[in-house]
Write a protein of this length. Structure first.
Ligand code: C5P
Length: 334
């Protein structure tokens, strides 16, 4: 055994936000064709992988401010699915010994932030490294696509245009200068992505307000983040927040499934004086800021307002409120 195999392999699994999300009709494979500009965030889970003592892969999940509160690993099957996919990918020639995975969960679950998909991508990447093997990002992304539509994005290494079911990923330019800040407010309600897409198909009240303009906004942002344009800075993104915040075709469906979400969004607009967007199928709401510090200040205001009973949020518990950054790197070793 080499020293690399003795030391655990550590990967950060970043959350993502959809800055735009244009959704076409359901395809014959049951999925909807997307056109979405996705960005990785500084907020990340931490996954470490070491050689397992037993004969099977194992998973231990912890969370909380102390990082020690154990969670039932049954809810985090995407990690073990990622290791299994990596084992199939590198083939029988390699010594793909059993791995003991430890996940520090920081990204809210079923929140539109793709935490589970990012964990799967980190598991594929980490397992391949733990066994001393290699895989191209393209092969790793294809292996990940079997686990979930959002997994391939995390192999882009930064902002990307995501199309098809999620399997077509074209890297976009990273932001120039200090990273943009972003405020996340996640009501304590888990939302099923499948249920939101189903509402979009079946319930006229879930129809997007303006599919055409969402698509145009998404195409425009993707073009502006392509090499032909000057690099975009945090301030350039913030001035676009108004159009981006209304460019999510799943917003009405999410509002239908989460009573109180629309009211929270309006209350945040009033409190912060900023456009508020929705990521993915929700329920996480976002606001863009020129810096991490400005987003942190906004997070304090939201927490104070909620603590003073002046801000209602759906769910039995307080919302998750976090300030983080939009990152250029999709996944980094830690
Ligand atoms: O691939 P993933 O497991 O994340 O998808 C969850 C559900 O969301 C799918 O079963 C499907 O109903 C819906 N979905 C969709 N179109 C997409 C992605 C997801 O309809 N592009």
């Amino acid at each position: 055994m080499t020293t690399e195999q003795l030391a655990p392999i550590v990967r950060l699994a970043p959350a993502k936000v959809n800055l735009t999300l244009s959704v076409a009709d359901r395809q014959r494979d049951g999925f909807h064709a997307l056109h979405s500009v996705m960005v990785p965030l500084g907020l990340a889970d931490r996954l470490s992988l070491a050689r397992a003592a037993g004969r099977e892969d194992s998973l231990h999940v912890v969370t909380g401010t102390d990082g020690r509160t154990a969670l039932d690993p049954a809810g985090f099957g995407s990690v073990l699915a990622g290791i299994a996919a990596a084992r199939r990918l590198v083939g029988r020639g390699a010594d793909t010994f059993p791995l003991a995975a430890r996940l520090e969960k920081r990204i809210p679950i079923a929140a539109g932030l793709a935490g589970g998909s990012s964990d799967a991508a980190a598991a594929i990447d980490g397992a391949v490294a733990a066994w001393g093997t290699t895989a191209t990002p393209g092969d790793a992304a294809r292996a990940g696509a079997e686990i979930g539509s959002d997994v391939p994005f995390f192999f882009a290494g930064g902002p990307a245009l995501v199309e098809g079911r999620g399997e077509r990923v074209d890297p976009l330019r990273s932001f120039a200068g200090p990273p943009p800040g972003i405020l996340l407010v996640t009501p304590a309600v888990e939302v099923s992505t499948a249920a939101v897409f189903k509402a979009l198909d079946d319930d006229p009240r879930a129809a997007p307000a303006n599919r055409g303009s969402t698509r145009l906004t998404s195409e425009h942002l993707a073009a502006e983040l392509s090499p032909g344009y000057p690099p975009m800075r945090a301030d350039d993104l913030v001035v676009r927040a108004g159009v981006l915040a209304v460019a999510n075709d799943l917003a009405n469906a999410a509002d239908l499934l989460v009573p109180g979400l629309r009211a929270l969004r309006r209350a945040l607009v009033r409190l912060l004086g900023r456009p508020i967007g929705l990521t993915g199928s929700g329920p996480t709401l976002w606001a863009l800021y020129p810096s991490l510090e400005a987003a942190e200040e906004a997070a304090r205001r939201v927490r104070d307002e909620h603590a003073a009973d002046r801000l209602e949020s759906p769910g039995a518990r307080a919302p998750f409120v976090a300030a983080t950054t939009i990152e250029g790197q999709g996944r980094t070793s830690a």
